[in-house]
Design a protein around this ligand. Structure first.
Ligand SMILES: *Cc1c(COP(=O)(O)O)cnc(C)c1O
Length: 421
């Protein structure tokens, strides 16, 4: 699971670049990506779906929208699943074809709908009836028919963290599956829409195929019902959500397991299947490289205070997420410690009472599996710099996002004249 970040001669490398070299040249904290890591996962996912008939692959770029990452994915033949006008522009800037872009998101504004039409994107995933009505009005006024599908909420429990669960009836996403036939019938008549199918996405970091299979069964029944009512259904978007290993003992379904289940469940559907993987592609292709500032004694376990913090990697604070921690030059000694960043919040804690490589002041270490939902969620809280990103390719690397210093962010702020007297 961690093949792109391994020990060579006692030191952790990203592919063939020693992490100490990146730390010396770029500074810490810094995200380090492996090009090969993205490419391997992109190929494995595609390969897993080889028995699923015609497919369309849209990388969910919110997982890691760095332009260099998007270029890797474009070269791998992926389009993009975007959830904002900003993400749409990124996908196009990275060289993805507009027709391969899917626009998801529960709060697309009229400005964003218009932007999608301007750019000629491949598909809008409608989240509610009113959105479809608005899109139809805008498109029809321009003499266009917007390609779209209706996102349904299949009401299954994804069995994942509540904050990344999206397919239960109480979640904000999609229309209730029971209401879908009536809504579909009304939207299908609108002059500005080319309503061509349905979509679902039930959550993220799913470690079992069972909820996905249950959701897809419901979609299959809906496809049959819609066709029975005389509608055309040519596309079904199955979303993303496949989980990955964050720690030893996590056994996520493989892309091959997933593909076999999809092939079995969708055998008679006769549609183009669409997929939106995010985490599966990016998660293990990145680490967050950090330096230990202090090791602070405490009555219970010592605190390892690192120079990365919750503003750089929010997942532990947001989702109680686990990221493996490893010394860049492990001595073989281990100890039990807490790991925290410098931010003034108790939530800025990466691990409590965890057995880790023994590290001391000045040592380098990584948080693993930080390629997805890492840098993209970073902020400058506590007037910290915005964390930079590096991509490694064999024995070379490039800075693919600069560190934005606190001073540069401050330079964008203004004190109004009426406060200056
Ligand atoms: C976030 C999201 C995805 C990607 O989810 P992963 O768990 O990262 O695969 C796909 N589709 C939609 C609509 C999303 O919101």
């Amino acid at each position: 699971m961690f093949e792109d970040f391994r020990l060579i001669d006692g030191e952790l490398h990203a592919e063939h670049v020693p992490l100490s070299r990146i730390a010396a040249e770029v500074g810490t904290p810094v995200y380090v990506y492996s090009r090969a890591g993205f490419e391997r996962q992109a190929a494995a996912f595609r390969d897993g779906l080889k028995d699923c008939g015609p497919i369309h692959l849209a990388y969910a770029i919110k997982a890691n929208p760095n332009l260099a990452v998007l270029r890797v994915m474009a070269n791998a033949g992926y389009g993009a699943d975007v959830v904002s006008g900003g993400e749409l522009e990124r996908a196009l800037a990275a060289g993805m074809a507009a027709k391969d872009v899917v626009f998801s998101g529960v709060g697309k504004t009229r400005v964003e709908l218009t932007q999608g039409l301007d750019r000629g994107i491949g598909q809008f995933n409608l989240e509610l009836e009113a959105e479809g009505v608005a899109l139809s009005e805008i498109a029809a006024a321009r003499g266009q028919r917007a390609p779209c599908v209706l996102r349904v909420n299949p009401d299954v429990d994804a069995g994942t963290h509540a904050k990344i669960s999206t397919g239960k009836a109480e979640n904000k996403f999609g229309v209730a599956i029971g209401d879908a036939p009536a809504i579909y019938a009304r939207l299908a008549q609108l002059p500005g829409l080319n309503l061509r199918g349905i979509a679902a996405h039930i959550g993220s970091q799913l470690l079992s195929l069972a909820p996905l299979e249950a959701a897809y069964q419901r979609l299959g029944a809906l496809v049959a019902e819609l066709r029975g009512a005389g509608h055309t259904v040519s596309h079904v978007d199955l979303g993303g959500g496949l989980g990955i290993a964050y720690k030893a003992g996590d056994v996520p379904p493989t892309p091959a397991d997933y593909g076999a289940m999809v092939a079995r469940v969708t055998r008679d559907w006769d549609v183009t299947l669409m997929f939106e993987p995010g985490r599966l592609i990016a998660g293990n292709a990145g680490v967050l490289l950090t330096r230990v500032i202090w090791v602070k004694p405490s009555p219970a376990n010592p605190w390892v205070i690192v120079d990365a913090a919750m503003n750089d990697l929010a997942r532990p604070a947001l989702y109680d997420a686990w990221h493996d921690f490893a010394a860049v030059r492990p001595t073989g000694e281990r100890f039990v410690a807490n790991i925290a960043g410098p931010v003034c919040e108790s939530g800025d804690t990466f691990a409590k009472a965890r057995e880790i490589d023994r590290v001391g002041e000045g040592d380098l270490a990584i948080f693993r599996t930080a390629g997805a939902y890492g840098a993209t969620m970073a902020s400058t809280y506590n007037s910290r710099a915005l964390v930079p990103e590096v991509m490694v390719d064999g024995d070379r690397y490039a800075i693919v996002a600069d560190r934005i210093p606190a001073a540069q962010i401050m330079a964008e702020e203004r004190v109004p004249e009426w406060l200056q007297a």
